[in-house]
Design a protein around this ligand. Structure first.
Ligand code: HAM
Length: 431
């Protein structure tokens, strides 16, 4: 490598980005809210690997889906195996259930997870190549009430993380019993409209005509609007399930709209599908999506265990969230001389034992420089230790918010900090 090349800054991969500390604080808040709320509904965390056998997604996500045909980060590892950075989480949970025989535990099972996913798509606002999902999955619950409860849980979460204006698009994509007749009708309609479809959709008409509904081309969308609607082809069981699902959404008074062309970009759905959309997000307006997949576990060689779930895109959620991260509270230590520095280190250790965050810096500073530094980094408290304090054993504590000063032993000062912080959190409602 030439020295010129050596000097060039290395940027992250296109469509992937760093999340810097200030923004990361919001991520922590959102993730903490998700955990709190999902656990309220009986969900438990299940963490699966980021890298999986490619076959998992080919079989799970679906061989004809855009994700598998165009968007996977797939490579051959040193052992000659084809591996893929997960583009979504659902197939991984199904694999874990079969692997660990989780189906033998009392059913239903409720799992959640939050982490990075990877899709090699064209990056734009709200669409990245590494993005993050919060995912929930329920197994072994046939009742349509759970499909609605997951959506109700999502709304509770949106409220907690200050996301407003979310509406739900719902549909039923039927089951292997009713879909073939619909597929046939759709194929016939698509063949008739073939000259109005893009070449990609002409191919889809043969393999999986449902996928034509996903196409963003205006001429394809226009043609698709004239195609037969799946809701007119549902079998008795699917129709009942859909009716019940909607009745529970009504019970919760959630805003939804039936969207018969909503088939979603993944092959595994049966019955319920839905998408959570926000109007002011532009082209990528879905902050979440999900549905029922009653056959995936069985198709993977596992037991006959139905599934239903939802994934929320964290980047998109944060684009519309009005959440604000409060500035962190901490104490800064201002000291002079080696002896005072050592006293500061021990005092900070005591502060931290009591849960009070502290910052000590090791550059020698004048008193003036110390105070200006404390202000600059936004310290809530400054502990002052100089010669007088060392000899008396009583340190000074400055409340930077109220410009008040206190004097006392380290035990007395920590009590002041704890009492004050408690009172302030009460006022500000922080947790
Ligand atoms: P999905 O609709 O493909 O569903 O993704 C869910 C959410 O992830 C989307 O609504 C969006 O917010 C976010 N998302 C997807 N792709 C990107 C991207 N390239 N950049 C940023 N955000 C993105 C699933 O993944 C299913 N596994 C959901 C599910 C769970 N179905 C049943 N259980």
């Amino acid at each position: 490598m030439s020295s010129k090349q050596n000097e060039q800054a290395i940027s992250p991969i296109k469509g992937m980005r760093d999340i810097l500390p200030e923004e990361a604080r919001l991520w922590q808040m959102v993730e903490a809210s998700a955990r709190k709320i999902f656990e309220l509904y009986g969900f438990r965390e299940l963490r699966a690997p980021i890298l999986e056998p490619t076959e998992l997604f080919e079989r799970g996500t679906g061989a004809s889906s855009d994700i598998v045909t165009k968007e996977m980060y797939t490579f051959t590892d040193k052992g000659g195996r084809s591996v893929t950075l997960r583009p979504e989480y659902t197939p991984s949970v199904v694999r874990a259930i079969i692997e660990h025989r989780l189906d033998l535990q009392p059913l239903p099972l409720r799992f959640y997870y939050t982490g990075p996913m990877f899709r090699y798509d064209r990056p734009q606002k709200g669409r990245y190549r590494q993005f993050h999902q919060i995912d929930v999955e329920v197994f072994g619950e046939q009742d349509a009430a759970i499909d609605a409860e997951i959506i109700e849980m999502a709304y509770r979460f949106f409220q907690e993380v200050k996301v407003e204006g979310v509406s739900t698009l719902v549909n039923s994509v039927g089951c292997p019993r009713c879909r073939p007749a619909y597929g046939q009708a759709l194929r016939e309609a698509a063949t008739k409209a073939s000259d109005r479809l893009c070449t990609d959709c002409q191919r889809k008409a043969e393999i999986n005509p449902l996928r034509i509904f996903d196409c963003k081309q205006e001429s394809c969308q226009e043609a698709a609007r004239t195609f037969p609607r799946i809701t007119d082809y549902l079998c008795e069981e699917c129709r009942e399930h859909f009716k019940k699902f909607l009745s529970y959404l009504d019970l919760y008074q959630l805003p939804y709209r039936i969207e018969p062309t909503l088939v979603r970009g993944l092959d595994y759905y049966t019955k319920t599908t839905f998408e959570l959309v926000v109007e002011n997000l532009g082209a990528q307006n879905a902050i979440g999506g999900g549905g029922r997949y009653d056959n995936m576990v069985k198709e993977f060689g596992g037991p006959d265990l139905c599934g239903t779930g939802l994934a929320i895109g964290l980047e998109r959620l944060l684009l519309v969230s009005k959440l604000e991260a409060p500035a962190p509270d901490f104490a800064y230590f201002a000291y002079s001389g080696e002896q005072a520095r050592q006293a500061s280190l021990l005092a900070a250790r005591y502060f931290r034992t009591l849960g009070i965050p502290c910052i000590i810096e090791f550059k020698e500073r004048s008193w003036k420089a110390h105070f200006s530094r404390a202000n600059k980094i936004g310290a809530t408290w400054t502990v002052i230790i100089g010669e007088d304090e060392l000899s008396s054993g009583e340190y000074q504590l400055k409340d930077m918010l109220e410009s008040k000063q206190y004097k006392g032993t380290i035990e007395q000062l920590t009590q002041i900090v704890i009492e004050k912080e408690k009172a302030r959190q009460g006022i500000l409602g922080r947790d």
